[in-house]
Design a protein around this ligand. Structure first.
Ligand SMILES: CC(C)(COP(=O)(O)OP(=O)(O)OC[C@H]1O[C@@H](n2cnc3c(N)ncnc32)[C@H](O)[C@@H]1O)[C@@H](O)C(=O)NCCC(=O)NCCS
Ligand SMILES: Nc1ncnc2c1ncn2[C@@H]1O[C@H](COP(=O)(O)OP(=O)(O)OP(=O)(O)O)[C@@H](O)[C@H]1O
Length: 211
């Protein structure tokens, strides 16, 4: 297995990169999807979210999580974002480890919105790839697909900066150009590793890994 952490902030272009890697043959795990799965109706995570953020974050009839309401409350301050993460991250970490264990051979790409929060979850990855893009361009792209600008700003305020990502990445993919340029860069990235036989940790600078 060759395991890649693919990190980037809101609307940086992670999914565009991950889709292309999937097309080339990688298996894809999206931490946002894992975080939705651990909030399934009736889960312990949902029960604790309702306790911390108000019973009305769960639909009284179906038990379904009102994600927009929870997002407004949880991203309103540093403290409430930490509280959200204290409830969800351990469950996300467990489920992620399970999915990686059962992913089989080949290339596995894990899409990570918050690289700084996963360092304790996974440390023997082969490569950390970050997608970066100027904040204004990301805001424009996020709003272009229907995100409220205030919601974008609230979330980004709690995310690692591009400077942090660049400092922790083995490979940086700049996405300030068009999608075609990004996809071409991904193709070149894949080809280079394919030619080298996907050597485990072959491109790692290892600056953030534990021994
Ligand atoms: C608050 C929730 C329910 C809002 O759901 P919603 O459907 O609106 O968003 P979704 O889950 O699709 O996330 C979309 C994006 O929001 C941003 N985001 C999510 N969680 C966080 C966070 N804790 N801090 C900053 N940004 C975040 C990321 O850019 C992410 O890609 C949801 O974001 C959540 O459960 N977050 C906590 C889990 C978490 O920290 N996930 C990140 C995994 S590393
Ligand atoms: N280079 C680009 N030029 C123009 N639009 C782009 C480019 N890259 C991505 N986009 C668009 O920007 C939006 C965000 O891209 P994408 O979904 O890949 O980002 P993401 O990092 O996965 O976002 P999120 O984590 O918030 O879901 C999408 O609508 C996508 O089509």
């Amino acid at each position: 297995m060759y395991e890649v952490l693919l990190a980037g902030g809101t609307a940086s272009g992670k999914s565009t990169v991950a889709r292309e890697l999937e097309r080339l043959g990688a298996r894809r795990i999206d931490l946002d999807q894992v975080s939705r799965d651990v909030c399934a109706v009736g889960s312990e995570v949902c029960r604790r979210l309702a306790e911390a953020f108000g019973a009305d974050v769960l639909d009284p009839r179906t038990g379904e999580l009102d994600r927009a309401l929870l997002a407004r409350r949880a991203f309103s301050s540093e403290e409430s974002t930490r509280e959200l993460e204290a409830i969800e991250l351990p469950a996300i970490g467990e489920e992620l480890a399970r999915r990686v264990r059962t992913a089989g051979d080949g290339v596995v790409v894990v899409e990570v919105p918050l690289l700084d929060r996963v360092e304790d979850m996974l440390y023997d990855v082969d490569e950390v790839v970050c997608v970066t893009c100027p904040l204004e361009v990301r805001r424009r792209r996020a709003c272009g697909r229907g995100m409220d600008p205030a919601d974008f700003d609230r979330r980004v305020a709690h995310q690692p900066s591009d400077e942090y990502l660049r400092a922790h990445a083995d490979t940086v993919l700049d996405n300030s150009g068009d999608e075609e340029a990004l996809v071409a860069r991904v193709g070149a990235w894949w080809e280079e590793r394919e030619r080298a036989g996907w050597p485990r940790g072959g491109w790692a600078r290892g600056c953030w890994r534990r021994a």
